[in-house]
Design a protein around this ligand. Structure first.
Ligand SMILES: [Zn+2]
Length: 62
């Protein structure tokens, strides 16, 4: 299953530490550099530090 196939307003990011996918507010990702905290392993990382970002909101805009 590909997470971003789900319909909704959430953006999905993958933790660079444990590769767990979790939803975030796409408005947060609109900021240049936002610190995210993984709910799986509690690692904090910046939105710019993961290549795994999918946003259904963005795909709708294209
Ligand atoms: Zn993690």
């Amino acid at each position: 299953m590909i997470p971003w196939e789900k319909q909704g307003s959430a953006a999905w990011v993958a933790c660079p530490g444990c590769a767990k996918w979790f939803p975030v507010d796409p408005q947060l990702l609109a900021e240049r550099r936002v610190e995210l905290v993984c709910p799986g392993c509690a690692q904090s990382f910046f939105s710019t530090d993961t290549a795994f970002v999918a946003s259904s909101a963005l795909s709708k805009a294209t």
